[in-house]
Design a protein around this ligand. Sequence first.
Ligand code: NI
Length: 205
Amino acid sequence: MSRIALIRTIMMVAIGVAIALAIGLVVRAITVDPKTGGGRDASVTGTSLVGGPFELTDQDGRRVSDQQFRGKLMLVYFGYTFCPDVCPTTLLDMSQAMDALGPAGDQVQPIFVTVDPERDTPEELKKFLANFHPRTLGLTGSPAEVQAAAKAYRVYYAKAKGAERDYLMDHTSIVYLMDRQGKYLTHFTSSIRGEQMAEAIKKFL
Ligand code: NI
């Protein structure tokens, strides 16, 4: 090999390596979702720790476990039926998201878990949920069952001051989207509207 041919070969290899590195960087930039930050970021912020098993009773008195929803996405919200504002608004947004998804929404199970099992009997849940998307599942249970479910989803709740039967509840107001294995995908705060929620859910279908 002549000297010039050798230099040319070395230059070609160097250019090849540079191109490969550049492609690698671009691919990485595309595959790492900036919103969720990918799996690594999720574990750092602790969001991958959201979710877990639950055993509760639905608005028709049937026992329900999280295992029943494997293969479907779960849209999970914790609240209570006596809530004067945030809970009904959020359930309305969830309902609008389900409507906006259309037939694709069959892959999504909307779930409302009460943080007020004392007042939210299956009958109360059924009355309340008549105002929202018909596939919404309302879940209640013993105080211990509700506490276990809320703990799994890192949901805080406590009785606020008020009359004995007319008290308010303080509670975390976040809608969680869980994947087909029941693992955390993303979440929505109360400020999101139904259409935006539907657009975000679509990316995971
Ligand atoms: Ni509320």
